[in-house]
Design a protein around this ligand. Sequence first.
Ligand SMILES: [Zn+2]
Length: 297
Amino acid sequence: MENNKFVFSVDWEDFSQLSLKYFNGAISSPKQAIDRQTLLILDLLDKHSIKGTFFVLGILAKHKQELLKKIHQKGHEIALHGQYHESLPSISLDKIKADLEESTKIVTDIIGQNIYGYRAPFFSMNKKRLVVLEILASMGFVYDSSIFPSSLSHFGSADLPNKPTILQLKNNLSIIELPLQTQSFFGKKFCIIGGSYLRIAPSFIINKSFEAYYKKGKSAMVYTHPYEFDNQALFMQESYPENAKYSKLKMRLNNLKWNIGRNSSLDKLDAVFSKYQFETALESSKKVQNTSILAYE
Ligand SMILES: [Zn+2]
């Protein structure tokens, strides 16, 4: 079945928390910037009466309960991005299960409601971790949106499902996969309606990409992060301890990568929000009819 509605999703995580975590492993309190970034997204969604899907990271939810409640009260779908933002292949299945359980409890306690969707950090659901879908299905999750079916991604794989599919699992349960849907450019598979592409690619390329998905009747997923929308520059080292040692050159390059094109993201989305229809990931998952038996170990 064709579906011409897009899904707008946010991996709701904090730039400063993750910057420090990847620097020295410490879990800190988020900075004020997350409020500013989140409100910018919420205002834009309100302007167009669009409901988005927020994949929430547990360590952020814990510190920003009122902000999470606000997102939920506005009618956006709350889904899960796990607790500690570890890639699935980097930790054991037991740790993944514990991470999912801890974050599910935190998020559902705050919003007072069940959640049905999950997205792995870094879209890291690879062939070796497909068994995690069984854990998710047995916990009551209805859909997963963790697959990037392209060899471009460190974790992705071109032969994983590339369109929304009901996956039959070995534990006699099933889960709906809402993967990133790719488009081919120069023989490589990309999904440019999100992430850093949304910041860096010129508007006419972004618009062409949306148009191509729309014409093919694909319910494509827009994927973003709060920091993509900030109207102020962000510097990784501001999250580091005072006497932290790091390479100044590496830091300059990193900061350039995170800040380039950021002021353009909201305007680009404003244009596509005016033109196309959107629904939440959960609503989109209910329209999926294509079924497949998933082969995995
Ligand atoms: Zn993430």
